[in-house]
Write a protein that binds this ligand. Structure first.
Ligand code: GFB
Length: 327
């Protein structure tokens, strides 16, 4: 059991959806939370990361910093997704070793698994087949992040672990329709249809792919749980163990928002992986299960969207072709 009490805990990427949820969750622990913003340290620059970490001396690091986005953003910004994520994770992993971090929790993604891997996705299906082309760049970077943790554990004896969350949603999401994931995009589109009295909403692709959705507060809780209880070379899937079709997700969001129109499909947009459902038996065996149901979680996400609109609705992501390291 790793004790967080009295530790200096750095949440890398604290302004992003995952990092912000971690800061909320760690606020209930007797630890000191460290953060640093992008204007002070560009996480893609090794010297900046090493200097800051040498001065801040964290005991624990949650690596929630990443350049992220939905299916189209991944497809359109391959260099940003590959370069930014490789640079960020290499810099932080090496600096964590240098300053003697006692626990490092690296975050990956369910897109590390082969496109046609058997479902549900077990941890050992990693590197058994070709990746989904739309997000292969992000996936390769995240696979390298897992391997870095394993290599540093083997060569340097570092207690570095990796968690692989499924598709996430919740407060602090990116609602920009071009770059966002499906949940915030559909919340924004369906809300707009309700406000304007429009009776159709367009979904990208066929609506038939299946995805598993985890509320970000459940993820933050799972990460704190893993930091405390898990120390091993193998990465650990984090999900709910249940998935839905995209069209079912859209219907649930329509119920939450209170809109009763119908969906049309833009099949010029990609479907991506046909199904992405995590096998969560490793995490369940360790003693953690998700608590927030999809409809309840979507209601929470919708409240966040309404707040976001009240605040002026600006929360944009730019990529390195317009340059910045992730949220
Ligand atoms: O969430 P999403 O962008 O990411 O899309 P992935 C999920 C599914 O929803 C795809 C469909 O089949 C989309 O075609 N979809 C329908 C929409 N309407 C929309 C819409 O308006 N916006 C969006 N964004 N999708 C991402 C990866 O893949 O998953 C990332 O690209 C990351 O790298 C993330 O791994 C977890 O699940 O397809």
């Amino acid at each position: 059991m790793f004790d967080l009490r009295g530790r200096r805990v750095w949440v890398a990427g604290h302004k992003g959806m995952v990092g912000a949820a971690l800061v909320r969750r760690l606020g209930t622990e007797a630890c000191e939370i460290l953060t640093v913003d992008r204007a002070t340290v560009d996480l893609r620059r090794q010297a900046e990361v090493e200097d800051w970490m040498a001065a801040a001396r964290p005991d624990v690091v949650f690596m929630a910093a990443a350049t992220v986005g939905g299916i189209l953003a991944n497809d359109r910004h391959p260099a940003s997704f590959l370069y930014d994520n490789l640079a960020i994770e290499m810099n932080i992993t090496e600096a964590a070793r240098r300053v003697g971090v006692a626990k490092y929790v690296f975050l990956g993604s369910s897109c590390i698994y082969p496109k046609m891997a058997p479902q549900p996705l077990t941890e050992d299906s990693l590197l058994t087949g070709p990746l989904e082309p739309t997000n292969q760049w992000y996936a390769v970077a995240k696979i390298a992040g897992i391997k870095l943790c394993q290599a540093y554990r083997r060569q340097h004896g570092c207690d570095f672990i990796s968690a692989m969350p499924t598709n996430l949603y919740g407060p602090g999401d990116n609602y920009d329709l071009e770059t966002s994931h499906v949940v915030p995009a559909l919340i924004a589109k369906i809300h707009a249809a309700k406000e304007r009295g429009t009776d159709t909403v367009t979904l990208w692709g066929s609506g038939q792919p299946r995805r598993e959705f985890l509320h970000v507060d459940d993820l933050a809780d799972a990460l704190v749980f893993l930091a405390r209880t898990y120390s091993g070379e193998e990465h650990v899937n984090v999900g709910t163990g249940t998935d839905v079709r995209i069209v079912e997700l859209a219907e649930t969001i329509a119920r939450v928002v209170g809109w009763t129109g119908r969906f049309v499909f833009d099949t010029s947009k990609p479907d991506g992986t046909p199904r992405k459902l995590m096998d969560v038996s490793r995490l369940t065996a360790l003693g953690w299960t998700a608590r927030i149901g999809l409809e309840e979680g979507l209601a929470d996400a919708y409240r966040d969207y309404l707040d976001h609109l009240r605040r002026g609705g600006v929360r944009q992501v730019r990529y390195t072709d317009g340059a910045q390291a992730g949220p």
